[in-house]
Structure formats: structure tokens, C-alpha cells
Design a protein around this ligand. Structure first.
Ligand code: ATP
Ligand code: MG
Ligand code: MG
Length: 551
């Protein structure tokens, strides 16, 4: 099981189970439907679903839908699809924080009646000012001692839509001098005159994350509420609500370090900017670190889970993770599991002068060098073939073991050929090579000489045209959002997508969308999910062959 590497949370839960403190664990994955899931979410998904799997518990999917202005049904649908693709199944129905709006409202009234919450008329700016700073205590709002009856009445009228946005909020009455600013009378409800994707026009007030989250956990019987470290300072508030409300259960919040990956971004808000500004072609552009973008690029869900395993889960912030680890995870998966094929990216015509026009030899070669179960593929060999322009040099340096005038090279899976003549067009560009075949070299070394180089090739008669989208990192710098908030737009890699028209061996003619191949000597490629229609073949480069990650 790739999702059960030990970590501090697993160890803690093991101990609790052994000590009989907990019977069945319940975790949850709580995305806000305001964007697509990214590789950072994958870490949280593998952790939460992995814990439930390992300990025979349940993991809920709960949409944290408390901010209707930024949320959309389309995001909900995409998130569900991503989770299924990742291979995880949530327990029971999909849940929504909005399912609990009535209960949360009743609990807000309960706090008011207990003298632990009040409606505040201060403006957002005034609230910020009154809240104080780390070094300076806050001061109480003049509305803090408003009667419970008045607050109850105002809250009801806020709910009915009687007031404008930011005219009033509901706040908990905790401690304006607390060293933890989260406890200085945090906001429980805001007015939002926005329709909600689940509750429609019913509500004009919406609970804050802090007021909704822990109580939703309690309602669902979540035992371990795992979240990222930025919520550590919110934990006292999480616990304050549970201690001051008649909740049915006492979940516990546990924090872990979020994933940050170099050469990319892990923030939905910033990724949305790339989509909105059309820097990329949608949320599932193969350059995006979204789960759906990675899927389109050719990642397997197993490789994403493997990556999450490799990076582990810690409480201490682990800094920037090297994206080479992610490349390593997919490369090693595809090395073992992707069938091989040959594809020429920059075609150069080669005429094999001693091969007759009607020559119809077919090489039957392994689909994968180490996987008999992948069977064989047929490579037609003809008088005219394509090789890659990069595999020929008219004036080669010493260690160039590919093709050059009067030099020999082996055609992968085929014969040794010799370059006899270079043909140029009127502009002086090489247009064709004339070569001859040594027919004594199939599967064996030539007589009396060594041929070191092997190049890939495709029959000109039988080759299939393919569009190849060569993807690379979207950013040129390791931490594109390091300095200013929108600086990252200045660090885009102008070569993050280079499209070429290649020619592939005929075995890939039937490639289904999302099928993955190693194009020998070039890299790993995946047939695009969307663009392979009407017989058109479009391949996305998932990753190159060379592994830059040192274990
Ligand atoms: P973003 O800043 O990208 O919007 P978020 O935390 O606001 O992220 P949510 O939809 O609230 O996004 O996240 C759902 C869950 O995924 C949360 O529990 C959150 O902690 C977790 N998560 C989000 N980003 C990361 C990350 N980079 N590493 C690990 N977990 C993450
Ligand atoms: Mg969030
Ligand atoms: Mg967010």
C-alpha cells in the first residue's frame, strides 16, 4: 500500500488505538470549491484518505462552502472527478458545510444567549483597528455589551437581508487582550448578498471558516481534523467553540506542514490568475500543478501517491520540495509500465539506396524490454525512412556517436546504416541523406568494426503524423511568488510549451486518449485526453528520460 508510510500522525493514531482511546477514526478532506485541486491538496488527500484506509476508518469529503461569492458548482464537479481519478472513495454522501447552516445558526443564537457573542456595528476597518497588534492589546467594541435580545433580533434581521454587506457582523465575545489575535472576538457571521450554489437565496449571512469548520467536524463525528500549519494559531479558537457549544463530539485538530514545490505555485488563488489571464489553457493545462493538469500531462495517480509518500508528512515546515522528485516518481512508474515506440520530432529524410522500392520487411520487436506481457509491435522497414535532425551532423565533434558523413550508426531495432551522401536544397539546407544498409547486422555486430551509436527512426511510407506538445516548467525561477504577490507573472518560462509536428511508428495509430508511451531516446508521452479526436494524434510530453533527482 503506497499510502501508509509512517509519520507522526499515523504513529499518534496507532498509539491512541492501542490505548483504547479511539475505536474507529473519522477524517475528512475539506476543500473550498473555489478552484481546482493542486499537488498540495494531493498531499492532504493521501494523508486523510490514507489514514482512514490504514486504520479501517472513514474519510469524508466535505465542501467547505462558506463563501458563495467565490464558489462554483463546476469546481465541485472537478474536485469529485479528481478524487475518483486519484483512486479514493469518500464514506457516505458528499457533505457540505452548508448542510449545517441551520445548526450553526442555532449555535450562534446559543452563544448570544449565553453572553458569548454579540452583533457588532463597527466597520471592517474599525474592527481591524480595534483588534490591536501582536504587541498591543485590542480594545472592546462599543457594541460589545449590547443585550442578548438586541443581538438576537439584529442577527435575525441580518439573516433576512435587512442590512448591507459590512454593516454588521456577529462576533464571539472572548478576550480582546489575548496574546492570540484569533481569540480577540473573532467574527462568526458576515452579511453576503450572494446566491449560494447549494442553499440558493435562503441565507444573507454566512459563517466564517473558524465558526463552521470545527462544528462541522463535530456534527460529522470527525475524530482527527488534519489541517495545515497556518491553522495552528486557530486551534485555541477551534477548541473554544467545542467547549462552549453543546456539540455531539469533540474532534481534535492536528497540523502538518503544507507542500511547497519549486518552479510552480501551490495556491488556488494564484493558479486562478493564470487561468483568468489566459497564461495557460485552463485549469487542466498540462503545465498546471493541478491534479487534472497533471493527469492530462500524463501523470498516473499511482505516481502522485508515490510522490506524496516520498515527501512524507511532518510537523516542521519542510521548505521547498524539488520538482525533480515529482518527475522521478512518474518517470520510474512509466519506465516500468509504458510501452515503447519510436517517434521522430524533427524529421530528416533518409533514402536507403540499396533497399529496393518494393522492400516490405517488418521487424517484430518487444512492446517493452522487460515486460513479456506487453507483447510485440510491428515496425515496417522501407527504402525511405525519417530520422531526427539532431541525430545527424555534417561536421561532428569527436564524441558524436550518431550519424555523420561516411560514418555508421545502428537504426534502433534494425540494421546498421552508413551515410554516403548529403543532399542540400538551393538554400544550402540539408534536405536528404543517402545511406546504405549493411544487411548482415540485424541483431548482431558488424564484421571487424564497432558501431557505438543507435538512433530511432520511422518508415516514411508507414509513419503516422503526430502533434507533439513539449511541456516544460511554467516558471523559470524556483520560487516564482517569493517577492511580490503577482510577481510570478514576470517569471514565466517562454519555452514552457514548444509544439512540433513529428512522425511516429504505425503502432501508435490506435493510441487511445490518455495512453502513455516511452518514445525511445526522447522521453515519456501521453495521448491528450481532449485533442485526440477524428483520427488526430496529439501527444503531451510528460517528462524527459534523464533523471535529475539524486536519491
Ligand atoms: P489554497 O491556498 O490553494 O486555496 P487552501 O488551503 O485554501 O489552499 P482548501 O480548499 O481549503 O485550500 O484546502 C483543502 C485542504 O487541502 C485543506 O485541509 C488544506 O489544508 C489542504 N491543503 C491545501 N494546500 C495544501 C498544500 N500546499 N499542502 C498540503 N495541504 C494543503
Ligand atoms: Mg481553505
Ligand atoms: Mg485558499
Amino acid at each position: 500500500d503506497s499510502t501508509s508510510a509512517p509519520n507522526f500522525i499515523r504513529n499518534q493514531i496507532s498509539e491512541e488505538i492501542e490505548a483504547g482511546k479511539v475505536d474507529k477514526i473519522v477524517t475528512r478532506f475539506p476543500p473550498e470549491p473555489n478552484g481546482f485541486l493542486h499537488i498540495g491538496h494531493a498531499k492532504s488527500i493521501c494523508l486523510n484518505f490514507g489514514l482512514a484506509e490504514q486504520f479501517g476508518g472513514d474519510c469524508h469529503l466535505r465542501f467547505d462552502d462558506t463563501n458563495p461569492a467565490k464558489e462554483e458548482q463546476a469546481y465541485i464537479d472537478a474536485i469529485k472527478e479528481d478524487l475518483h481519478w486519484m483512486g479514493f472513495e469518500w464514506a457516505g454522501d458528499v457533505r457540505y458545510a452548508s448542510d449545517y447552516f441551520d445548526q450553526l445558526y442555532a449555535w450562534a443564537q446559543h452563544l448570544i444567549r449565553e453572553g458569548k457573542a454579540y452583533v457588532d456595528d463597527l466597520s471592517p476597518d474599525e474592527i481591524r483597528e480595534y483588534r490591536g497588534t501582536l504587541t498591543e492589546a485590542g480594545k472592546p467594541s462599543p457594541y460589545r455589551e449590547r443585550s442578548a435580545d438586541e443581538s438576537l433580533d439584529l442577527l435575525e434581521r441580518m439573516k433576512q437581508g435587512e442590512f448591507a454587506e459590512s454593516e454588521k457582523v456577529l462576533r464571539a465575545k472572548i478576550d480582546m487582550a489575548s496574546p492570540n489575535i484569533n481569540l480577540r472576538d473573532p467574527i462568526l457571521y458576515r452579511i453576503r448578498h450572494a446566491a449560494h450554489h447549494q442553499t440558493g437565496e435562503k441565507w444573507k449571512i454566512y459563517p466564517s471558516y473558524d465558526f463552521a469548520h470545527g462544528q462541522s467536524d463535530a456534527i460529522e463525528g470527525v475524530t482527527h481534523s488534519v489541517c495545515t500549519l497556518e491553522f495552528e494559531d486557530h486551534r485555541p479558537l477551534y477548541e473554544w467553540f467545542l467547549d462552549n457549544l453543546p456539540v455531539p463530539a469533540k474532534p481534535r485538530q492536528i497540523e502538518f506542514a503544507r507542500l511547497n514545490l519549486n518552479y510552480t505555485l501551490t495556491s488556488k488563488r494564484k493558479l486562478k490568475l493564470l487561468v483568468d489571464q489566459e497564461v495557460v489553457d485552463g485549469w487542466d493545462d498540462p503545465r498546471m500543478p493541478t491534479i487534472s493538469g497533471m493527469r492530462r500531462r500524463g501523470y498516473t495517480s499511482a505516481s502522485i501517491r508515490k510522490f506524496c509518500d516520498m515527501i512524507g508528512v511532518t510537523r516542521a515546515d519542510g521548505g521547498l520540495v524539488d520538482i525533480a522528485m515529482l518527475y522521478h516518481a512518474i518517470r520510474s512508474d512509466l519506465e516500468d509500465n509504458a510501452p515503447r515506440a519510436m517517434c521522430v520530432m524533427k524529421p530528416l529524410k533518409v533514402v536507403l539506396t540499396n533497399v529496393p522500392d518494393d522492400h516490405d520487411e517488418v521487424f517484430e520487436v518487444a512492446g517493452h524490454p522487460a515486460r513479456d506481457d506487453m507483447g510485440t509491435r510491428k515496425l515496417p522497414f522501407t527504402r525511405e525512412i525519417w530520422i531526427d535532425q539532431d541525430d545527424f551532423m555534417e561536421e561532428p565533434p569527436k564524441k558524436f556517436f550518431r550519424l555523420a558523413p561516411e560514418k555508421e550508426v545502428r537504426l534502433r531495432n534494425g540494421y546498421v546504416i552508413r551515410c554516403d551522401e548529403v543532399i542540400k536544397d538551393d538554400a544550402g539546407e540539408i534536405s536528404e541523406l543517402r545511406c546504405s544498409v549493411d544487411f548482415e547486422t540485424l541483431g548482431k555486430n558488424p564484421e571487424g568494426r564497432k558501431v557505438k551509436g543507435v538512433i530511432h527512426w520511422v518508415s516514411a511510407e508507414h509513419g503516422v503524423p503526430v502533434e507533439v506538445r513539449q511541456y516544460d516548467n511554467l516558471f523559470q525561477v524556483e520560487q516564482p511568488d517569493k517577492d511580490k504577490e503577482t510577481d510570478f507573472l514576470e517569471h514565466l518560462n517562454p519555452e514552457s510549451l514548444v509544439t512540433v509536428q513529428g512522425i511516429a511508428e504505425p503502432s501508435i495509430r490506435e493510441a487511445a486518449p490518455e495512453s502513455r508511451y516511452q518514445f525511445e531516446r526522447v522521453g515519456y508521452f501521453c495521448a491528450d485526453r481532449h485533442a485526440c479526436v477524428d483520427g488526430k494524434l496529439v501527444f503531451n510530453r510528460t517528462v524527459g528520460l534523464k533523471d535529475g533527482w539524486a536519491k
